[in-house]
Design a protein around this ligand. Sequence first.
Ligand code: PMP
Length: 401
Amino acid sequence: DSVFAHLVRAPEDPILGVTVAYNKDPSPIKLNLGVGAYRTEEGKPLVLDVVRRVERQLLNDMSRNKEYIPIVGLADFNKLSAKLIFGADSPAIQENRVTTVQGLSGTGSLRVGGEFLAKHYHQRIIYLPTPTWGNHTKVFNLAGLTVKTYRYYAPATRGLDFQGLLEDLGSAPSGSVVLLHACAHNPTGVDPTLEQWEQIRHLIRSKSLLPFFDSAYQGFASGSLDADAQPVRLFVAEGGELLVAQSYAKNMGLYGERVGALSIVSKSADVSSRVESQLKLVIRPMYSSPPIHGASIVAAILKDRDLYNDWTIELKAMADRIINMRQQLFDALRARGTPGDWSHIIKQIGMFTFTGLNSEQVSILTKEYHIYLTSDGRISMAGLSSKTVPHLADAIHAVVT
Ligand code: PMP
């Protein structure tokens, strides 16, 4: 008998499981709105043109080899990633108070940050918004932190529960880590306004809480890299400490290349260099050193003014297509006279809309209309196209009336 005979079958990942179910459905009208990845108007994955061009250059450059890169990753990549999120003129960068290490996309960067905090930070409690990206809880639990939650989403308004957020963070034990979605909150698409961010910042600093930003969608939310980084920059401007995990999955379409970064802003260059030395001790036994290819692509694009410019144009086109899909879905529901206020579809931002449909309605969408989405009613706007909007609008209309 197998030494593993006692194993019970683990459940499918709630998000990735949606695609597994979708793939099994033979219906020609099936629609996958579960995927957290950009699709073109034709429903195809997109490799950015600027990425293709850089990859060709890399391939032809015979001076390149495949030696291991340092534990902390490519130096250029790290420097440019910090500049991208904090801004070219960031005082923290100028004062050498930023430590950046290359990570395995957003997830790996969150995990390294979590393990670093569990090992070296005095308060091992992290507060996550309710709801949040499903993987957050597991990532931080396994990193060795105690996970608690703060109120974030108000189902009644399909907007922010700002009062609840302030109350919950206001009563968090001093020093607690607070996970904040830098922009395009997943799964709700609901972000605080800049005025609200300013109040959140004030509360966090006055209670000596430690902000940990998850920046998985910079540029993807509004189409502007600077606008989407504004909340993070507010917290850096006043000189305080924080962590940021960046991902290039969405904004450069580098999903499977697993390229991201973890930055820790501290109070002095001296502390910063000790932080880096300890980050190396977290990374080395986990995966030794990060992969070279994706980070080389990113560094090449961020380094060259023309490539960078081309990237921002392609990025804006992706963001605009998503914003356009929101408008089309909203208009289609209006045109059908679907009961309810659907304005949240155009107010929310980023890849996802939190429709407000309950799990029973979702299950009817899937069974009767072959539309696949997570049971919390989250749909990926990037999975929609002008051709499929009517089918989705008909189905939503049917399940709510
Ligand atoms: N954080 C959030 C909020 C996300 O939505 C995602 C991707 N779905 C990630 C982190 C991590 O993604 P990746 O590891 O692919 O960069």
